[in-house]
Design a protein around this ligand. Structure first.
Ligand SMILES: Nc1ncnc2c1ncn2[C@@H]1O[C@H](COP(=O)(O)OP(=O)(O)O)[C@@H](O)[C@H]1O
Ligand SMILES: [Mg+2]
Length: 268
């Protein structure tokens, strides 16, 4: 069997905004070839974490390594699918243009596309089922279609690690299954997928491993060992409506759970 390499390692990362810590002593190693979910409540630091792992945010302390190297040396191996709501959709660009951006590298700003780039761009658009819309302006697409365009752009980068921020939010069922299918294909190619996600119901279906975050790492590992009663309470403690959902989830999965406690809490 092929030995797994460490893809991403975080060493004691702390990030603060206005002195308020958003990530606290975050420390882990993620192996290549897995589909890893980063889950946690709103504002728990998920987006900040993946931006730090990609080197977009510099931590106040600690450091990140990707494939055993400093991020700047392996940037070409990293692709990013941003949270959809963080994108300016009025930007005048077609589907083809946006996906072609995936071929432009940092040190190649005035890069002219060659035959190979154009081929990869067309293939990437085809893989997400967007060929019929190739000349459409991105602002005119539905949420699901926009998400697919960003996936295609990341595919065109031919990276080894893919960071995606809530790719399932606001997409239609067809896009959801297109994304899931792509995830499996990419995993089979040995890619590492690190995906921010907030729907607890689908975690075990989508991911091999999950990192449960709330400023600190509550737990990280295979889905079933992380999604325990205690861990979920530690992560979601104060959030009553979420807790009710967690209660439902735990019941379904038959984790040991003291149901009364959830009822008591949700009334107060
Ligand atoms: N640029 C910023 N300046 C100040 N505070 C920020 C900034 N970005 C995020 N935050 C705060 O940091 C916390 C974590 O944010 P974020 O990483 O976006 O969480 P998540 O993605 O889990 O919802 C939130 O309280 C948020 O308000
Ligand atoms: Mg976020």
């Amino acid at each position: 069997m092929k030995e797994r390499k460490v893809a991403v390692e975080a060493h004691n990362i702390t990030v603060a905004y206005d002195r308020q810590p958003v990530l606290w002593e975050v420390d882990f190693e993620m192996n290549e070839g897995n589909i890893i979910g980063i889950i946690g409540p709103n504002g728990s630091g998920k987006t900040t974490l993946i931006k730090t792992l990609m080197g977009v945010i510099t931590p106040d302390s600690g450091y990140v390594e990707v494939f055993g190297a400093e991020i700047n040396r392996v940037r070409d191996q990293i692709a990013y699918v941003p949270q959809r709501e963080s994108v300016d959709w009025d930007f005048p660009a077609s589907v083809y243009d946006v996906v072609m951006m995936g071929r432009f590298r940092k040190n190649n700003l005035f890069h002219r596309s060659n035959t190979n780039d154009r081929k990869i761009v067309r293939e990437s658009i085809e893989k997400v089922g967007m060929t019929p819309y190739i000349n459409r302006q991105i602002g005119q697409l539905s949420g699901g279609q926009q998400q697919r365009v960003f996936l295609a752009r990341s595919l065109a980068q031919e990276a080894d690690i893919y960071f995606m921020d809530e790719p399932f939010v606001g997409v239609d069922a067809a896009t959801e299954s297109a994304i899931l299918e792509l995830m499996t294909t990419m995993k089979n190619l040995g890619k590492t997928l690190i995906i921010v996600h907030h729907d607890l119901q689908t975690v075990s279906e989508y991911f091999d491993e999950v990192l449960l975050l709330n400023t600190r790492v509550i737990d990280y590992g295979p889905v079933n060992s992380v999604l325990t009663d205690d861990n979920l309470k530690a992560a979601y403690g104060g959030q009553l409506n979420v807790l009710t959902k967690v209660g439902d989830l735990l019941k379904k999965r038959e984790f040991p759970i003291r149901e009364k406690e959830f009822k008591k809490r949700s009334k107060s």
